[in-house]
Ligand binder design. Structure first.
Ligand SMILES: [Zn+2]
Length: 431
C-alpha cells in the first residue's frame, strides 16, 4: 500500500474543511430560522418580568456616569433651601442637607457668588455623597458622608499659587480706567493711588500720555483663575517724563513700607525748616508788620539767612508757581498732594529748572535767599497750606518719612536690585 503523500493530504484536507463548514453553517441557519418565532415570544414575556426589568435598569444606569456633579453660584434672592431644591434628590435627603448646612456657623448667611458643588452617586438611595460650599474666595467647607451616612464638615483652605504680574500702560483717560483696561483689580488700583497719594494729586497731576508700570502679586487657583491679589512689589508713575518709583521693602523683621530709589520712605512729611543754617526770625501768628507798621496776621514763618543760601523743596511735589508774587517778591509755590501746598517767598533767584509744572523732590534746591518784594532784609518766608488754609508749619504733624541708612540701606539696595531683575524678567516675558 502506498503511503499518503503529504501534498495530496493537504489538497484533500482543504476540500474536507470546505465541506464541513458549509454543512455547519447550513444547519445553524435552519435551527435559527425555526426558533425565531419562539424567541420573539420568549423575549416579550421576559420583558414583563420584574427581575429582568431591574437588570435592564441597572445596565442603563451604568451607561450613565455613576458619579455626577452639580455646580451652582448663589445669586441675589437665593436661599439655601431653594438651592437645595434644584437638586434632583428626594425630599427627605434635601431636608438632611439643609440641616447640616444650617448647623455650620459660617454658612448661616448666604452671600451672593458663593460657589456650591454637589457630588452625586446615582446608585445610592441618598445620592449626595459629598458637597462643598465656598465661604469666601480662600475658604470652603467640605461635607463628606461617612459610613454611618452622616455628613462630616471640614474647613478647607484652597490651594493657591502666588504669581507676580507686570503691567504697564500709557494713561489715556483716567488712571483708574487705564488700569482697569489692563485687568488690574480695583483693590490694586486703590492701593496704587494710596501709595502715590503722598506725592501726587490724582485730580490734576495726571496728564494724557503719562504712564505707569506695576508689579504686584496675584493668587491663582487650580482652575487658573485669579482669586485674590496681594501686595504691590514695585510701581513707577511717569508724570511728564519724571519717574516716581517705589519699591516694597521689608525691614525690622515684619514692617513693610515703600521707598523710592534712594531709600526714602514715600510716606513723605514736609520739612519744618526747608533751609540750612537759618535762624527763625519771625514765627506764625499775629505780629506788628515790620514795613506796614500795623498788627497783621503773619501767615508764615520767617528764617533769616545770608543772601544766596539755598532753599529746599520741603516735600516732593509739583511747582505751581515760580515767579513774581508782589509783596512776596520772587516766590515758588509747590503742590505736594491734594492736601498740602508750600510757598517760599523773597527769593533772590530760582533754582535750576524750577518753573511752573516742574516736579521736585524733597530737599531739591528750588531757589536762593533774597530780599525781593516787601522785605526788610534777606530771609525766607515759608508757608504751609493745608486744604487751602494757611497753617503753622512749625506745628505740622505728619508721619515722619523714614530714610534707610546703614545696614538697612544696604539691604534695601539688594532688594532693589532683585526687584529690578524681576522686572526685566517679567518684561522680557511680555515682549
Ligand atoms: Zn514772612
Amino acid at each position: 500500500m502506498r503511503f499518503f503523500n503529504l501534498n495530496t493530504f493537504k489538497e484533500y484536507s482543504i476540500i474536507f474543511w470546505i465541506v464541513v463548514i458549509t454543512f455547519l453553517s447550513f444547519s445553524t441557519y435552519s435551527i435559527y430560522e425555526r426558533s425565531k418565532i419562539d424567541n420573539a415570544n420568549q423575549i416579550k414575556s421576559a420583558i414583563k418580568n420584574i427581575y429582568l426589568k431591574k437588570v435592564i435598569n441597572e445596565i442603563t444606569k451604568n451607561l450613565e456616569p455613576r458619579y455626577t456633579t452639580f455646580n451652582y453660584i448663589s445669586k441675589a434672592g437665593d436661599t439655601h433651601q431653594n438651592i437645595i431644591n434644584k437638586l434632583n434628590i428626594k425630599k427627605a435627603e434635601k431636608k438632611k442637607l439643609l440641616d447640616v448646612i444650617l448647623k455650620e456657623k459660617s454658612l448661616k448667611v448666604l452671600k451672593i457668588n458663593q460657589k456650591f458643588t454637589f457630588k452625586f452617586d446615582e446608585l445610592l438611595e441618598d445620592k449626595i455623597i459629598e458637597f462643598k460650599i465656598e465661604t469666601d474666595r480662600k475658604n470652603e467647607i467640605l461635607f463628606v458622608k461617612n459610613k454611618a451616612n452622616i455628613f462630616i464638615s471640614k474647613k478647607i483652605k484652597k490651594n493657591f499659587t502666588k504669581k507676580l504680574v507686570y503691567k504697564e500702560t500709557i494713561i489715556n483717560e483716567s488712571l483708574y480706567n487705564s488700569a482697569l483696561n489692563l485687568s488690574i483689580k480695583p483693590n490694586v488700583i486703590i492701593e496704587f493711588a494710596r501709595l502715590y497719594g503722598f506725592q501726587v494729586d490724582f485730580q490734576r497731576d495726571i496728564w494724557k500720555n503719562d504712564s505707569f508700570q506695576i508689579i504686584y502679586e496675584e493668587f491663582i487657583n487650580d482652575e487658573n483663575k485669579v482669586v485674590d491679589t496681594g501686595e504691590i512689589i514695585f510701581a513707577n508713575l511717569n508724570l511728564q517724563n519724571t519717574d516716581l518709583q517705589l519699591y516694597k521693602y521689608e525691614y525690622d523683621k515684619n514692617k513693610i513700607d515703600y521707598f523710592d530709589e534712594n531709600g526714602k520712605s514715600i510716606r513723605k512729611t514736609l520739612m519744618k525748616t526747608p533751609i540750612n543754617g537759618a535762624r527763625l526770625s519771625s514765627s506764625y501768628g499775629k505780629r506788628k508788620h515790620p514795613i506796614l507798621g500795623y498788627t497783621k496776621m503773619h501767615t508764615g514763618t520767617d528764617f533769616a539767612a545770608p543772601m544766596g543760601t539755598p532753599i529746599m523743596a520741603s516735600g516732593d511735589g509739583k511747582v505751581t508757581k515760580a515767579g513774581w508774587c508782589g509783596g512776596g517778591g520772587n516766590c515758588v509755590k509747590i503742590k505736594h498732594n491734594s492736601t498740602y501746598q508750600t510757598v517760599y517767598a523773597h527769593m533772590s533767584k530760582f533754582g535750576k529748572g524750577i518753573k511752573k509744572g516742574a516736579r521736585v523732590k524733597q530737599g531739591q534746591i528750588i531757589g536762593y535767599v533774597g530780599s525781593t518784594g516787601m522785605s526788610t532784609g534777606p530771609h525766607l518766608h515759608y508757608e504751609v497750606i493745608e486744604n487751602g488754609k494757611k497753617i503753622n508749619s512749625q506745628k505740622l504733624k505728619l508721619p515722619s518719612g523714614k530714610i534707610l541708612k546703614g545696614d538697612e540701606r544696604r539691604n534695601f539696595e539688594i532688594t532693589k536690585i532683585k526687584i529690578d531683575v524681576l522686572k526685566s524678567n517679567l518684561i522680557s516675558k511680555i515682549n
